[in-house]
Design a protein around this ligand. Structure first.
Ligand code: AMP
Length: 561
């Protein structure tokens, strides 16, 4: 691993990094800084937020600036005002020991006149949100003729938010000779379009696996019914003492509802969504950043600008449609080399989405068992005892109160005293969970039945016929797969025309089929090199031990041939 000096970072900036407590470069910095310092190439960095990319482009920007000139030489575009302010602040802090560097954040929702004055005074680096930047360009308040570097940070987010026209308008104002550096967590087609339109032969680096989630994140899901969803959310939050996380909902309305319910139930929570005014949103975000709130219930759009690095949990109260959005949500935890947990509450109808998300995240999601009331009480109790044990005692300050305290407790034995202390904090949980019912949805009963009812055909994970093994195959209705076609494939690939096939479930993107257990080896072996319409087939055993056969699942029997 190279150190900052070996990366040829100038001493003034190294001194600032030392002030910030950065000891060694993070991987994205180690890879990107040498390329960007060289400065003769366009660049694409595929990296999640929280990987240290601000320094990866911020430091090279500072080293490319000609401080003799007052002109704007670098333009950084970012999707939200919060991120914009954060980037400007970070670049300023890297430049703390450099003389005369001017960094100007420019974003909507704040006085445009002040920003115009800032531009007139001259700023070496302008960090902007696309809407406000284009507004200033149209008002002819900018001079970008000396821009050497344009950075598109979180480019995928900017496109998701519909800023494509703004990006076109802004980049058209900058000289053709500039270099464009693009950072994105994912690489959808639109980003490829952007790179082919604006960039020349860009050098590309990928931190982690492209489009996949951070390795520091554990992904879990809980199967919930709509009526138990909120109760299960509370169980999960209660099960993790010290939780500091974002609960994502799909709509503004559900965001507000969940937040209201949590507040009413005594949680330290608040809502963040687009129906709030900018001032209200700022207030909530500030409370959350300062940890005066430990649960923020938010929509995807509203949470975009929130830059918080040490979240313990991301909870998907409602799953998004797109795997990319899931990756973004979960990427809010497990940042800056810390670990985090991304939890999804999945209704029976959306359970199949988990396998799409697993594919995108490049990792398996663990199915969680909803904690029972007992589990929660035990966890909270031991956390409380742990905190009592580790509490720092300030002998000096407490000394003068001790005689009165001892006197007050004179009549209580040690055991009694412990019980009183513990009960004081713990009664809330004990009372609440006294008669709490088990909220876990059992596969065989509720899940399969619910699914069967909704669709008429289930995707149960348990085999129906005794002695059958259940297999997953990565093709489904979208591949125009039908039951006869699948039977044909099975016979052809295994070269066994008499293979006894049981139940078949063709779902949208994948399917399940059952075959007598003794054919498991043959099946897995035969499918190792099998293709369907040019696509590699993937067949896996999906049987979950210990689960019962699903009811209400239509079974397709196959004629013996
Ligand atoms: P970013 O992805 O730029 O938002 O950075 C994520 C977090 O990592 C921020 O809190 C940075 O201050 C921190 N960070 C960036 N680079 C380093 C480094 N080399 N060492 C330690 N922390 C860093």
């Amino acid at each position: 691993m190279l150190n900052f000096k070996e990366l040829e970072i100038i001493p003034e900036i190294r001194e600032s990094l030392e002030d910030l407590g950065f000891e060694n470069p993070m991987p994205v910095q180690e890879q990107a800084i040498p390329i960007l310092l060289n400065g003769d190439k366009d660049f694409i960095g595929l990296a999640q937020t929280g990987t240290g990319k601000t320094a990866a482009f911020g430091i090279p920007i500072l080293q490319h600036i000609d401080l003799q000139s007052n002109k704007t030489q670098a333009l950084v575009l970012s999707p939200t005002r919060e991120l914009c302010i954060q980037i400007a602040r970070d670049i300023e802090s890297f430049a703390k020991h450099m003389k005369g560097v001017k960094v100007l954040p420019v974003y909507g929702g704040s006085s445009i006149e002040t920003q115009i004055r800032g531009l007139k005074r001259g700023a070496h680096v302008v960090v902007a949100t696309p809407g406000r930047m284009l507004d200033l360009i149209r008002r002819k308040q900018t001079n970008f003729s000396s821009v050497k570097i344009a950075v598109l940070d979180e480019a995928d987010e900017m496109l998701n938010m519909g800023f494509r026209d703004e990006l076109d308008g802004i980049l058209a104002e900058t000289p053709d000779t500039k270099r464009t550096w693009l950072f994105s967590a994912t690489m959808p087609r639109e980003i490829k379009d952007i790179s082919s339109r604006y960039m020349h032969d860009p050098q590309e680096i990928t931190i982690g696996t492209r489009n996949t989630a951070s390795k520091n994140i554990t992904h879990m899901y809980f199967v919930v019914s709509n009526s138990s969803r909120y109760q299960i959310l509370k169980r999960i939050v209660d099960y993790y003492p010290g939780v500091y996380g974002i609960v994502f909902c799909r709509t503004r309305r559900s965001t507000q509802e969940v937040a209201d319910n949590l507040i009413q139930d005594g949680y330290n929570a608040d809502a963040l969504h687009g129906d709030l005014s900018q001032a209200q949103r700022d207030y909530v975000m500030q409370k959350f950043r300062r940890k005066n709130l430990n649960i923020l219930v938010a929509t995807d759009v509203a949470a975009r600008g929130l830059d918080v690095n040490d979240l313990t949990h991301v909870i998907n109260y409602e799953l998004p449609d797109e795997p990319e959005i899931y990756i973004h949500r979960s990427g809010r935890t497990g940042r800056a080399m810390k670990s985090g947990i991304s939890i999804s509450l999945v209704g029976p109808k959306r359970r199949h989405a988990i396998s799409r998300f697993e594919k995108k995240a490049g990792t398996r999601f663990e199915r969680g068992k909803v904690p029972t009331g007992n589990d929660v009480c035990e966890k909270q109790l031991f956390d409380l005892i742990d905190r009592v044990e580790k509490a720092e005692v300030n002998e000096e300050l407490i000394e003068k109160y001790l005689p009165d305290i001892y006197k007050k407790f004179e009549g209580l034995e040690r055991d009694e005293l412990i019980k009183h202390f513990v009960s004081l904090e713990f009664n809330r949980f004990l009372n609440y969970y006294k008669d709490a019912r088990d909220l876990e949805i059992k596969d065989s009963a509720s899940f399969s039945a619910a699914k069967g009812k909704a669709k008429g055909r289930g995707g149960s994970f348990a085999p129906t016929r005794k002695g059958d093994a259940r297999f997953f195959i990565n093709i489904g209705k979208t591949d125009k797969l039908t039951v006869p076609k699948l039977i044909g494939i099975l016979k052809e690939v295994t070269r066994n025309r008499n293979i006894p096939i049981g139940k078949i479930d063709i779902l949208k993107n994948f399917s399940f089929f059952e075959v007598k257990q003794e054919h498991t080896d043959l099946l897995l072996r035969s499918f190792k090199k099998a293709f369907y319409k040019g696509r590699k087939l993937n067949v896996e055993l999906s049987k979950k031990p210990g689960t019962k056969p699903a009811k209400k699942v239509r079974t397709v029997k196959v004629r013996k041939s």
